[in-house]
Write a protein that binds this ligand. Structure first.
Ligand code: ADP
Ligand code: MG
Length: 281
């Protein structure tokens, strides 16, 4: 007689990545990212010094799976340096940085971190100006970064579907055949966000995404970011308080390399220390 099959424990199911999508515990958990405790990013006790100047000092910050977190704070607070630590560009002198429960970001190379599912958008758009919108997306989807080899290779139906989906998300369907160099500043920013999305990152880091955008573009960016969660988790650095108020339910204020305040935008805006160092009276 055969023994009755023993149902797997929840932990085993999550380890195997089965059912993770259904349970909402992190997109693409099947690729190995372990987010069983609901946290996608944990920074603990991070210290970064530049020639004796402490850019980050005992920084603790946690981002939940599917969360849209805004980071605000004065210039020089360490916001960009924090993103540099997360993406492996800068190694912290002390502290730990975990992606999910098990990926130690302080030991991975920037390329490995990107492949693990962390996408970063810098302030200035860096699209390939001579290529069309579609070609830019196609190229971003390829892991082999040789331009011509990538463009010659045939797309699978699934890849094509994902590109179409992203093209719709960033509202550039009508401009798919357009040379990227001819797009407006805002459209280039959307294209670059699209180039990150085709890689299906679980965590997106966006540094001052609406700087230089028109009001209409800023409004669309807010809608776009809200539509990306909870499939993706977002960390957005931005000074535009109207924009922050329109997207964030949770805000972290950085000051002199550490967290000064955290909470809803209303809460941090009412915080005396935050008013003192950043928002003014
Ligand atoms: P933010 O993005 O919040 O404006 P940054 O992270 O860019 O702040 O900078 C934090 C502090 O660290 C600033 O005082 C800046 O001058 C300093 N800093 C950043 N990167 C470097 C570097 N590579 N070398 C020396 N100092 C740096
Ligand atoms: Mg910065």
């Amino acid at each position: 007689m055969k023994a009755a099959p023993v149902p797997p424990t929840a932990a085993e199911v999550l380890d195997a990545g089965i059912g993770a999508e259904a349970s909402g515990l992190g997109h693409r958990a099947s690729t190995g990212l372990d987010t069983r405790h609901g946290t996608i990013l944990s920074l603990e006790g991070i210290e970064v010094s530049f020639d004796g100047f402490k850019a980050l000092r005992h920084l603790n910050l946690y981002i939940g799976v599917g969360e849209l977190r805004c980071i605000i704070g004065p210039n020089g607070a360490g916001k960009t340096t924090m993103m540099d630590v997360i993406t492996g560009k800068t190694r912290p002198d002390r502290g730990s940085a975990w992606f999910g429960e098990t990926l130690d970001l302080t030991r991975l190379q920037p390329v490995e971190i990107a492949q693990a599912g962390i996408g970063r958008k810098f302030q200035k758009p860096t699209v390939f100006e001579a290529l069309t919108v579609w070609e830019n997306l196609e190229l971003a989807q390829r892991t082999d970064k040789s331009v011509w080899a990538s463009l010659r290779a045939r797309l699978s139906g699934e890849q094509r579907d994902r590109l179409e989906e992203v093209l719709t998300t960033i509202r550039l369907q009508e401009s798919r055949g357009r040379t990227a160099g001819l797009l407006s500043h805002g459209q280039k920013q959307f294209l670059e966000i699209g180039m990150l999305l085709v890689q299906e990152p679980q965590l997106l880091l966006l540094d001052e995404p609406v700087a230089g955008m028109t009001d209409a573009e800023t409004e669309f960016t807010a809608e776009l970011f809200k539509s990306l969660v909870p499939r993706h988790s977002l960390m957005v650095v931005e000074h535009d308080m109207g924009f922050v108020g329109s997207i964030a339910d949770h805000v972290t204020v950085l000051h002199q390399g550490h967290v000064l305040a955290e909470g809803s935008l209303d809460q941090v805006q009412a915080n005396d220390q935050v008013i003192e160092v950043y928002l003014g009276r």
